[in-house]
Write a new protein. Structure first.
Length: 746
């Protein structure tokens, strides 16, 4: 049960003062007292941990920080501090793991800078953490730090090579090349991997543009490696698959000695295809395909039919080519194009998403990244359900435009990064919004620029870019949300709130209640006293029948009225919350919370009867509620009803006794005796507890005062009994007590 709040506050303040004066020993004692009062309070544990750290008690600090993390698992500070302690203790592997745990919390909170700092601490203590380097690469790529991302991908390539996984090493190097396609160290790494040499990571990765090349490359190798990722086939995945299919088919024909009529037709079709004579290539492939079902032949035939505008026939051959993993991205791409031409937009969208996923998965550097990508594309597929044909057509046009041109892989990376962030922040509907938005490619670039400017603190530039974005895509609400964020950072709070409100109302009109609720909740965190915003949120939640959240918002609204001094409206709102809580059978804890707030207002308005009734209701719901018991004690004594006050006191003392909280019994009785010193029942109980604790002198003082009160009231028999209890304690001047007892007839 909670301790004494005043004692806790005093201990914390004393600890803060001692810490300010660098009196760390005193800080340890003060924070320790605060922890004793509230053992489940994470804040006092964090401060105690720091004080223990400063006095060199590292093991104790580690224990305290561990407990603080258990009490507040979403707070990264205890974990971060414990990682520091583990590092000081020389337990580097454990410290590294702790830094990773801290980074994950910061990452979940979208504090990417702190996440990066902690991941880097982990890699500094324990080199070779592949999963961590993978996350660093992805996050640096996301925030636009291409140089840092390239470095991490090259570290991954080196690590994978050491573990003998050349395929993954090459994927990591290709991801780096996609970011900086002329970086000499990236090209050098690819060359080393291709030739089986060891990848060497340099200390310096930069050189001036005018410096002479010393990377050992000939120009053909550089161009070849660059084309592998940077200068992609302008026909997109389908074009690359067609080139790969030619090589696969040629190998198959050579190894199988397929020099019969079918093989000859296939070879003829390949030659026509290389020469760009599509009509003759199709005829030759058709003849070969009558008996030859090889995936590479069917992909080329299907792709050529598609290029010659025969989409329906093309699909029959393309479906057979999906089974070959090397051709899978191109086959899906071609099927998406074919179904788009056939106005089968749902099928087209699914095929195109599968094509993009296959390309992305082929370059995933770690298993964790593969899992993240798989999750993203699964959700993207789900987001298609229930969309109109018009929306699906717009989405397909966006995908098809993205998957063409020599730089389609770079654009795919940028688009996927934005889709990933949008999916996390705004869900499936947010992704659909950006895909169907007017001039979506430009919008993707603009949003990326806005985010980079915000991170760098270039707020004016960010706002200018946002205005430019809404000129060509005025209905894309996430840009408006970013404008509100910029206003808030600039200190234009009221303008920001107005903008947030407008966005929320627009989402409401669209029927996207969850997103409207999220926006309104965010506004309330910035402006908790804004009544109109909270009322809008309550109406929204009521329409959704999210009753627990409605009750919480009513409580917060009532608290707002209270802070603004409108106590009548505050109590009325609490009453409304209580009625709703009882109607929907919410938890007793929440009802008790409401009743306590109502009773506080009643006491402030001197409506004692109403407050007393509220506390009695609380005890009926939660018999162990200490505060309600204590308030009933005070209310009865203040009204001069000592008998009822004493009865309520005994109930509270019994509660403390069952939980062995002797200190609370003593503190309570001392406080009440100070307030109501003429009450014999209080004096009697305080004397008894002092006697039980062996505090003889204090017990005698209380018995003495009790006896005087009894004599003044003419209660001679009770006074005689009290004097006997004093004599039994063998006080100084015992003879005088005996004479007094004799005078009383004892």
């Amino acid at each position: 049960m909670p301790g004494n709040r005043d004692a806790y506050d005093q201990a914390m303040n004393a600890g803060h003062n001692a810490a300010w004066d660098q009196e760390w020993g005193m800080a340890v004692q003060s924070y320790g007292r605060a922890v004793q009062e509230y053992p489940d309070d994470p804040e006092s544990h964090i401060h105690l941990g720091l004080a223990l750290l400063e006095v060199g008690r590292l093991d104790d600090a580690l224990k305290i920080y561990t407990r603080a993390h258990q009490l507040g698992p979403d707070d990264p500070i205890p974990l971060e501090k414990s990682a520091d302690v583990l590092e000081r203790l020389g337990r580097l592997r454990e410290a590294a793991q702790q830094y990773v745990n801290v980074a994950e919390i910061y990452f979940a909170q979208r504090d990417l800078d702190k996440a990066i700092d902690n991941w880097e601490c982990a890699t500094r203590l324990t080199p070779g953490l592949i999963a961590v380097h993978g996350k660093l690469a992805q996050v640096r790529e996301r925030i636009g730090d291409s140089k840092g991302a390239v470095r991490e991908y090259l570290i991954l390539a080196s690590s994978f090579q050491r573990f003998g996984d050349t395929e993954k090493a090459m994927k990591a190097a290709q991801r780096a090349l996609r970011l900086e396609k002329t970086n000499p160290m990236v090209l050098n790494t690819i060359r080393a991997l291709e030739s089986g040499r060891e990848v060497v990571l340099p200390k310096e990765e930069t050189r001036s543009n005018g410096a002479r090349r010393t990377d050992g490359f000939d120009e053909d190798t550089r161009v070849s490696a660059t084309r592998q990722v940077g200068e992609a086939d302008p026909l997109g995945p389908m074009g690359e698959a067609m080139s790969d299919a030619l090589g696969i088919l040629a190998t198959y024909l050579m190894e199988e000695n397929s020099l019969d009529a079918d093989g000859a037709n296939a070879l003829q079709g390949m030659e026509y295809q290389r020469q760009g004579i599509h009509g003759d290539a199709i005829e030759a492939y058709r003849k070969a395909a009558q008996r030859m079902r090889h995936p590479s032949l069917r992909l080329n035939l299907g792709a050529l039919l598609l290029l010659e505008n025969h989409p329906e026939e093309a699909t029959r051959y393309l479906m057979d080519s999906i089974q070959e993993p090397r051709l899978e991205p191109g086959a899906y791409h071609a099927l998406g194009m074919a179904n788009f031409k056939l106005n089968q937009h749902m099928k087209a969208a699914r095929f195109l998403i599968h094509a993009i996923q296959a390309v992305d998965m082929s370059l995933a550097a770690t298993p964790a990244e593969e899992q993240e990508l798989r999750s993203l594309y699964d959700r993207l597929l789900v987001s298609l359900d229930g969309r109109s044909e018009e929306a699906l057509e717009a989405i397909n046009r966006r995908f098809l435009k993205m998957l063409q041109g020599a730089d389609w892989k770079q654009r795919l990376t940028e688009t996927r990064r934005q889709l990933d962030e949008t999916m996390r922040d705004q869900g499936e509907q947010g992704v659909v919004d950006i895909l169907v938005a007017t001039r979506g490619d430009e919008l993707t670039d603009a949003v990326g620029m806005i985010d980079r400017c915000i991170r760098q603190g270039l707020l004016t530039l960010a706002m200018d870019e946002a205005h430019r974005a809404i000129e060509f895509s005025p209905h894309y609400l996430p840009v408006h949300v970013r404008m509100a964020e910029i206003m808030m950072r600039e200190g234009r709070v009221r303008n920001a709130i107005t903008k947030y409100n407008t966005v929320a109302k627009t989402y409401l009109v669209r029927g996207e209640n969850d997103r409207a609720a999220a926006i309104l909740s965010e506004v309330l965190e910035m402006a908790p006293l804004d009544i109109s915003v909270r009322q809008s949120l309550i109406e929204l939640l009521e329409a959704e029948q999210r009753w627990d959240e409605v009750i919480d918002q009513y409580i917060d609204l009532a608290d707002t009225y209270n802070q603004l001094g409108n106590f009548d409206l505050s109590r009325d709102t609490f009453s409304r919350a209580e009625r709703l809580a009882q109607k929907v059978a919410t938890s007793p804890v929440k009802i008790v919370r409401i009743k306590h707030r109502m009773a506080d207002i009643d006491q402030m308005r001197l409506d004692t009867r109403r407050a007393q009734k509220a506390y009695e209701d609380i005890i009926a719901l939660m018999p162990d509620d200490e505060r309600a018991h204590r308030m009933l004690v005070d209310l009865n004594y203040r009204q001069g009803n000592g008998i009822e006050g004493l009865r309520r006191l005994d109930q509270l003392l019994g509660l403390y006794a069952r939980t062995r909280q002797v200190n609370k019994i003593t503190q309570l009785l001392e406080e009440l005796v100070t307030l109501y010193g003429s009450d014999t029942g209080l004096r009697s109980r305080l004397a008894a507890i002092y006697k039980q604790l062996g505090r003889t002198k204090d017990a005698i003082v209380q018995f003495d005062a009790l006896g005087e009160l009894q004599l003044e009231a003419g209660l001679h028999r009770e006074a005689a009994n009290t004097i006997r209890q004093i004599i039994a304690l063998n006080p100084e001047g015992i003879d005088e007590y005996r004479r007094l007892l004799s005078q009383l007839g004892g």
